[in-house]
Design a protein around this ligand. Structure first.
Ligand code: FNR
Length: 364
């Protein structure tokens, strides 16, 4: 179908399901184990209801905000997803270019198909990127990755903390990534035949701990954000560790199955931070299953600064390239503008906690 026939993020997903190489579809779409968390990530939004206000002047809607001090026209960023070339021959730079056109922030992945240099080279003047870090057991390798990203202008260091080991994504494992060569013999190693995710991830350090945060702060001036927080207790620890932010995330349902949805964990996180008087100490981001303008609105009402989307960009990029990603930005912006107008909130600052009804969330 033509791009003009895409009216929401689910439309791109349907096209991608039919057109992507089966191996790419398996890697992008899969979640861990029974994919309960994957499903719940979006389904949880269906349990949150909105309480609109009327007779507010909503002639002009301003969706602009700031992330870590950087202006963004929408409270949305492109989160890190690995292996962009599975979906598009040019890989992550397609997302970079679309982000540049639309003024969105892109989080560059450690395990991108494109290098940090390629992604940084694809930036336009004034464009902001962040860097997602998988921490290598060899800290000198980790330090090099950080310095490289910082020297190429990355404005935030997002350390992924939910992956001391990669989850079991069986759809992905079954497609027997690439060539199935039984080249890795060590029982400790992960064979390529266990899927794309495991083939690329064997270097992630499972010993990473809270005590390492001080070291990261000592080697970079980039603000540090911990990606993959899922409890109020850890959010409080993060604030006490003095990081600039957290991303409440279950890694798109790809890690611990039956973990709560991102939006549900956000409710607990915000309650814990408020109770500890720390809700202004750091910026709280959230991702997982955000597909609609109303999903984004709900997270902001609950106290999130911004929202990350992962798969929707991959699906748009795979099916329609840069134009697809740009259209998806426009569609999300249009949806959010409609919701803000109907909610009586002309600016992001007008979005209030009492506008969402959370009683059907277990964590509330
Ligand atoms: C991811 N995600 C991820 N996260 C991370 O920190 N490093 C990574 O390399 C990747 N790679 C990756 C690949 C693919 C194909 C997906 C779908 C996801 C997780 C990602 O950053 C984010 O947390 C989720 O994708 C958000 O959920 P949605 O928007 O995909 O539902």
């Amino acid at each position: 179908p033509p791009l003009s026939a895409m009216f929401n993020s689910f439309d791109f997903e349907s096209v991608a399901r039919q057109t992507l190489h089966p191996e790419a579809w398996a890697y992008y779409s899969s979640g861990a184990d029974d994919e309960l968390t994957l499903q719940e990530n979006h389904a949880a939004f269906h349990r949150i209801w909105l309480r609109p206000r009327v007779l507010v002047n909503v002639k002009n809607i301003d969706m602009g905000t700031t992330f870590l001090g950087t202006k963004t026209p929408l409270p949305v960023y492109i989160t890190a997803t690995a292996l962009g070339k599975l979906g598009h021959p040019e890989g992550e730079v397609v997302l970079t270019r679309a982000a540049g056109r639309k003024g969105l922030i892109q989080m560059m992945p450690t395990l991108g198909s494109c290098s940090v240099d390629e992604m940084a080279d694809a930036k336009v003047e004034g464009q902001t990127q962040w860097f997602q870090l998988y921490v290598n057991g060899d800290r000198s390798v980790t330090e090099k990755l950080i310095r490289r990203a910082e020297s190429r202008g990355a404005a935030g260091l997002f350390i992924t903390v939910d992956a001391p080991q990669l989850g079991r994504r069986e759809k992905d494992m079954r497609t027997k990534f690439v060539d199935d060569a039984p080249s890795v013999q060590s029982p400790d190693s992960v064979q390529r035949s266990q899927g794309a995710a495991r083939a690329i991830s064997t270097f992630i350090d499972p010993s990473l701990a809270w005590s390492d945060i001080a070291w990261f702060k000592s080697i970079t001036r980039m603000p540090i954000v911990l990606k993959g927080i899922q409890s109020g207790d850890d959010a409080v620890l993060a604030a006490r560790a003095g990081v600039a932010g957290i991303v409440v995330s279950n890694h798109g349902g790809r890690q611990l199955d039956t973990a709560r949805s991102g939006i549900e964990a956000l409710a607990e996180v915000m309650n814990a931070l408020r109770a500890a008087g720390l809700d202004r100490a750091l910026e709280v981001y959230v991702d997982g299953g955000f597909r609609r303008g109303s999903d984004i609105f709900k997270a902001l009402a609950m106290g999130a600064r911004g929202v990350g989307l992962g798969r929707p960009w991959l699906y748009a990029m795979s099916s329609y390239g840069q134009d697809g990603v740009e259209r998806l930005v426009d569609l999300l912006a249009d949806e959010l503008a409609v919701v803000m107008r109907l909610m009586g909130t002309p600016t992001i600052a007008d979005i209030r906690p009492e506008m969402v009804i959370l009683k059907d969330l277990a964590s509330h």
